[in-house]
Design a protein around this ligand. Structure first.
Ligand code: MSP
Length: 745
């Protein structure tokens, strides 16, 4: 079912960022605000999975919500087509690279279609626009313009670059001359030395720190801002932004021997995607990026692994080009598969287009529902279950964990038993007791004791809560709140048992009140949950026989008791039929196994790489970890200096620290050791608060065998003294400033 809502009427509602319990907006402005939201552009060399779909799902929900609130929304996604591996993958597949890349692009668009995420059109003004890079002439012009501007302003210089390059994989492995093995093939990477163009990032340190101070919402959530600040305070190095040995990419302006560094290229897509072509600029670019038609908010939604590029490099590139900066870079957490990183080699990747949200839709056809159930409906069920599950179970900004059990559990308890069941109980009773005419709910003004119902108050609290929290994308708590309202209505039905009330005219009002309340709750829920469940809520809206569509109602104007008298409800079709948990799980696992076997046999599989470490100098989360600080063994035995020299001790800065669910003693740390960011699990949770650790200098044993603790990979060990009988860990640190990566000997 495709829902098209007529153009929203603007100007009648004042806009606000805050709403009070009685539905009043606290700040007013008659202007239609602009909102430009982006996902990262995805590397198209791997098939998108549940984790890569997460950002786009989140952005679709945000775009829908902003649109409901009357914003003029632009929403961008796309593919990042830089990289020799695409060329090699195309060679292996035996097709021209242009065709190969174009086909991969379609995989993403197909998935968005499957997930019910519409493309931009006059019917879907907040639908996604799509940008692609290397083969896009407008994008080439844009990137070259950015480079020229930075060059003219004196921020680019030619210098000797020394780093490590893997000849076998034809890739830059590290921007540091220190010996290192290629993290794809494991061979030692060669030391190379070449003339490259460098961006003078170091001169932006003060300006960036000022930006973070003046615009604290530039990086969200706050704890991510702390990571960024401490990284920048630690000192910035100039970065090489051209590559001599790569052929596929955007040629350096006036020096075709070199191509532009992948991140300069990729980040510029946020401009290209709305019509920026250097000096030639579209109306949309002027409107959304330059704010030519009034204030415009630009928000980049990204995963936490690419924060540094967005929060440090990107503002510096924009400053160098003299362009305005985005308002916010929001770094969300990662979706793991049962606490582990999804990885093809581990065989634990979850693809949404495999039994969850494809034509089979949560494999509903198999024994559970018969095939007469319309295919479109089946796809919707899986898709909306996935959206709901990811947004409900992942506190936004933190990591989440996907499991098929969790998905089906949420589906059954919240969607089928919660929302679906409330509609299935309420509407037929309205049809049988009131000839289908929805009775009015009890009045909001009446006190709880007069009406005996808490629902008007809970509904208006839920509305206020949802509106205020959706502004900061807190889907998980908002959904919890909306479902509190659903439970409230369910409880009232159970307690007042409208089916048991006699037909005596004196009792009719009591029954009308209960069913009117339940109807009104369903109307609230249809509007508030629309951004997350766009199709189910519209189906419900139609059954409630409300006018136009749920998406057309500004949630901030939602008031208890706005029902038009005489509204005749429609037939209650099941919105979320209940699933047989075991049968569905079995089928999903079977499909996943088949899929894995198929993927193994594809020609491309062998050259697809999961870690993009040349582009992302962060520790692959897959490299396992060592023990925590408490593991350091004391020994009386003497060792030779050669033995000691085998231990690679490095200075690092803790960028972030977070608890590990279910492990009371462990903290998961991200540690910057100069050349990379390492993930380490440390047994210090009982003695250190995560927020006190951020920014702290520590010593890391950098060459320990990685290992897993409580399912979380840890790659190194932090040195700590073990004090007293309890062995209280006290972290080793420095009094003087020592750069990250410095070796201890
Ligand atoms: N091409 C770069 C981004 C350039 S943006 C100017 C890139 N691409 S990526 O395909 O590797 O990752 C795209 C996004 O998917 C990133 O935000 C990344 O964090 C996100 N995710 C990839 N796997 C993920 C999970 N398992 N969970 C959540 N998000 C994950 O980086």
């Amino acid at each position: 079912m495709s829902v098209v809502c007529g153009p929203l009427k603007f100007g009648t509602q004042p806009y606000s960022s805050e709403t009070t319990d009685d539905g009043q907006h606290t700040t007013d402005s008659q202007e239609m605000k602009k909102f430009y939201l982006t996902t990262p552009i995805y590397y198209p060399n791997a098939r998108p999975h549940v984790g890569s779909a997460y950002t786009t799902i989140v952005c679709d929900a945000i775009a829908r919500y902003k649109r409901m609130c009357g914003y003029d929304v632009a929403f961008l996604t796309g593919t990042d087509e830089h990289g020799e591996k695409l060329q090699r993958a195309a060679d292996v597949a035996g097709i021209p690279v242009e065709q190969f890349v174009a086909e991969k692009r379609e995989l993403f668009k197909d998935l968005w279609r499957t997930l019910g995420i519409p493309q931009h059109s006059s019917e879907h003004p907040a639908g996604y626009r799509f940008v692609h890079t290397s083969q896009n002439p407008a994008h080439r012009t844009a990137v070259q313009w950015m480079i020229r501007q930075a060059g003219k302003a004196g921020y680019i210089e030619k210098k000797r670059y020394e780093g490590r390059y893997c000849v076998f994989d034809e890739r830059y492995v590290s921007d540091n001359p220190e010996p290192v093995n290629c993290d794809i093939c494991g061979r030692p990477a060669e030391l190379i030395s070449e003339e490259n163009y460098f961006f003078r990032l170091s001169v932006f340190q003060d300006r960036l720190l000022r930006l973070y101070k003046d615009q604290p919402e530039f990086v969200l959530p706050d704890f991510r801002m702390n990571e960024v600040k401490s990284f920048v305070k630690g000192g910035l190095h100039d970065i090489s932004i051209s590559r001599r040995r790569l052929k596929w990419g955007i040629p350096w302006p006036d020096d075709p021997e070199q191509v532009v560094y992948v991140w300069y290229d990729a980040l510029t897509s946020y401009l290209t995607g709305i019509g920026f072509e250097g000096d030639k600029r579209s109306k949309d670019f002027e409107k959304y990026w330059m704010g030519a038609e009034g204030p415009s908010e630009v928000v980049h939604m990204i995963g936490k692994d690419i924060l540094r590029f967005h929060a440090v490099y990107w503002p510096a590139f924009l400053m160098a080009a003299g362009l305005p900066l985005p308002k916010t870079v929001f770094a969300h957490g990662w979706i793991y598969y049962q606490q582990d990183k999804m990885s093809k080699s581990k065989g634990n990747v979850v693809y949404p287009d495999n039994g969850i949200a494809d034509g089979r839709g949560l494999v509903l056809h198999d024994k559970i529902l018969d095939l007469t159930y319309p295919a479109k409906e089946r796809a919707r069920l899986g898709n909306e279950a996935l959206r709901y599950y990811l947004l409900r179970d992942t506190p936004f900004g933190l990591d989440g964990s996907f499991s098929y059990e969790g998905l089906i559990q949420r589906y059954n308890s919240d969607l089928a038993n919660g929302l679906g069941n409330l509609a299935k109980r309420t509407l037929p009773m309205i049809r049988s007791y009131f000839d289908g005419i929805a009775p009015s709910p009890v009045q909001q003004q009446a006190s709880d004791s007069e009406t005996g119902s808490l629902l008007p108050r809970i509904a208006s609290q839920s509305r206020t809560y949802a509106v205020n929290r959706l502004a900061s994308h807190e889907f998980s708590t908002v959904l919890t709140e909306i479902w509190r309202l659903i439970s409230g209505a369910d409880r009232e039905l159970n307690e007042r048992r409208p089916w048991a009330i006699t037909d005596d005219p004196s009792q009719r009002d009591r029954r009308a009140d209960v069913l009117g309340n339940a109807y009104e709750v369903l109307r609230f829920v249809a509007v508030l949950a629309y951004p997350v469940l766009p199709l189910a809520t519209q189906q419900l809206w139609t059954q409630l026989n409300q006018r136009e569509c749920a998406a057309g109602v500004d949630p901030r104007s939602l008031q208890w008791g706005q029902l038009k008298p005489g509204t005749i409800v429609g037939k209650a079709e099941p919105i979320f039929p209940r699933l047989d948990k075991e049968a569905t799980l079995r089928k999903l696992r079977e499909l996943a196994d088949e899929d894995r076997a198929r993927e193994k046999n594809t020609k491309e599989a062998s050259i697809q790489v999961e870690s993009q470490s040349e582009q992302k100098p962060v520790a692959p989360v897959s490299t396992p970890a060592s023990g925590g600080a408490g593991d350091s063994a004391a020994t009386d035995q003497k060792i030779t200096i050669d033995n000691f020299a085998k231990i690679d001790l490095r200075v690092g800065t803790i960028l972030s620290a977070e608890p590990i669910p279910g492990a009371t003693k462990l903290l998961k740390l991200q540690v910057d050791i100069g050349t990379e960011v390492r993930q380490v699990c440390a047994g210090i949770a009982e003695y250190y608060k995560p927020e006190d650790l951020v920014g702290m200098k520590i010593v890391l044993v950098a060459n320990l065998q990685p290992r897993k603790l409580r399912g979380v990979e840890s790659n190194g060990m932090i040195l700590a003294a073990s004090v007293g009988e309890q062995g209280k860990p006290v972290l080793a640190t420095f009094k003087e400033e020592v750069p990250n990566g410095t070796k201890l000997k």
